[in-house]
Design a protein around this ligand. Structure first.
Ligand code: ADP
Ligand code: MG
Length: 415
């Protein structure tokens, strides 16, 4: 199948080829015709499978085919500012040769930005990509032109629910015309997503492209260590290797900050990124990372989903993530599109049980590499025995279970 099979407008085709897209991915092949036909859809496919273009392209096409001047036609709601910007960038690429306009509306920034957003919403920019809170702030005033809105897209719907945006989403929907096409995308399909889908979607077509298993191309290895060995080991893994693009994930802001400081101290081009930094600081860091001015990003799970940086060579999980799905999202940052990637996880004793649970979700054992001798003795890997009962991360009856519908907001607040 080829993009030309969808009957897209030549101006849109030009944007697609300028973006370097040659063939549609499986989710695109299935979603695009259904969306063009006007169906509601709920689509799940792991990260990096091209869900953004799967909804943007048919929506742009339909807008080109029936333009109405000065009206917002599509609203894309996403969980984070970074994702809003990233989708807007793809949008600008695809629509470059078309007359279709778009704007990303997200929090942060100063009053000037709010005023610019207000102007764009008032003038009826055709595609609006927003985070929930910021959209509500605009809706409370009365200039947003949603009366001709035809498309509602909820991207990373699973993440939005994890972050506690359910109510905000429902509040925004109240401002939209009832007659519309609804598209919902998620990397995973836990029960609360299905429930939201029942509320928002109308007889949706369900597209499931595989389950959230990591791409086969990712080489996964783990080191079984004592907590105190993590810092020296990660420094050892990163030093003297000329790595251009690495993300180290930590479970808390505190550990990201400490590790960022340590890596800088040993002369690595590293930087921590988390929710304590301002929007502007985060943007600058991401830009430097994309431009390879920074080689190592030490991040919390804020970055594990949705953010797309090409050619990440290595992912290190400095802490074992709380949930299997987070593990999959983290390592999904590498081996995007064509390239291979490596994901290394450091497992402390009290994290062994958690990692064992992740291996169950993966339905495979991750290779345990041996730690260089200079680091001394290491613990034995016995995940069923080394259970940290005190951490509060394990809830009864969830052992090895897929999905994260009882994942609270708590995890995210740590990011
Ligand atoms: P998802 O939302 O499923 O995580 P994205 O939409 O962010 O994935 O896409 C991941 C990466 O793959 C992006 O860099 C995107 O530009 C690229 N991509 C998506 N579809 C295609 C395609 N058909 N051909 C080439 N690259 C693609
Ligand atoms: Mg996405």
């Amino acid at each position: 199948m080829d993009f030309s099979d969808f009957g897209f407008d030549p101006d849109l085709m030009e944007g697609i080829s300028a973006m370097g897209f040659e063939k549609p991915t499986p989710i695109q092949e299935q979603a695009i015709p259904a969306i063009l036909e006007g169906k509601d859809i709920i689509g799940s496919a792991q990260t990096g499978t091209g869900k953004t273009a799967a909804f943007l392209l048919p929506v742009i096409q339909n807008i080109i085919a029936s333009r109405e001047a000065d009206k917002t036609r599509a609203l894309v709601i996403v969980p984070t500012r970074e994702l809003a910007q990233q989708i807007d960038q793809q949008m600008e690429g695809f629509s470059y040769f078309t007359p279709v306009s778009s704007i990303a509306v997200y929090g942060g920034g100063d009053g000037t930005i709010f005023a610019q957003e207000k102007k764009a919403l008032n003038e009826g920019t055709e595609i609006v990509i927003c985070t929930p809170g910021r959209m509500i702030a605009h809706l409370h005033n009365n200039y947003v032109k949603f009366d001709s809105l035809k498309y509602l897209i909820l991207d990373e719907a699973d993440r939005m629910l994890d972050m506690g945006f359910h109510e905000d989403i429902m509040k925004i929907i109240k401002y939209l015309p009832k007659q519309r096409q609804n598209l919902m995308f998620a990397a995973t399909m836990p029960n609360d997503i299905r429930k939201l889908a029942r509320h928002v979607l109308h007889q949706p077509l369900e597209l499931n492209i595989a389950t959230s298993k990591p791409a086969e191309k990712i080489l996964q290895v783990a080191y079984v260590v004592y907590e105190t060995q993590k810092l020296p080991l990660v420094t050892h893994l990163l030093k003297g290797r000329d790595l251009k693009s690495v993300i180290v994930f930590c479970s808390t802001k505190l550990s990201a900050k400490q590790l960022g400081r340590q890596l800088k101290r040993v002369g690595l081009k590293a930087q921590d990124i988390h929710s304590d930094l301002s929007q502007k600081e985060r943007e600058e860091i991401m830009l430097d990372f994309r431009n390879r001015k920074l080689n190592i990003l030490v991040a919390t799970d804020l970055l594990s989903r949705g953010i797309d940086v090409d050619n990440i060579e290595l992912i290190i999980n400095y802490d074992v993530p709380h949930e299997g799905e987070d593990y999959i999202h983290r390592i999904g940052r590498t081996a995007r599109a064509e390239s291979d990637g490596v994901a290394i996880t450091l497992i402390s004793q009290k994290e062994q049980f958690k990692f064992g649970r992740i291996e169950k979700l993966l339905e495979k054992e991750v290779t345990k590499s041996s730690v260089p001798e200079e680091f001394g003795d290491t613990p034995v890997y016995e995940p069923s025995k080394n259970r940290d009962r005190g951490s509060g991360n394990f809830r009864g009856g969830r052992k090895g279970k897929r999905g994260g519908n009882n994942r609270g907001k708590g995890n995210y607040k740590n990011s």
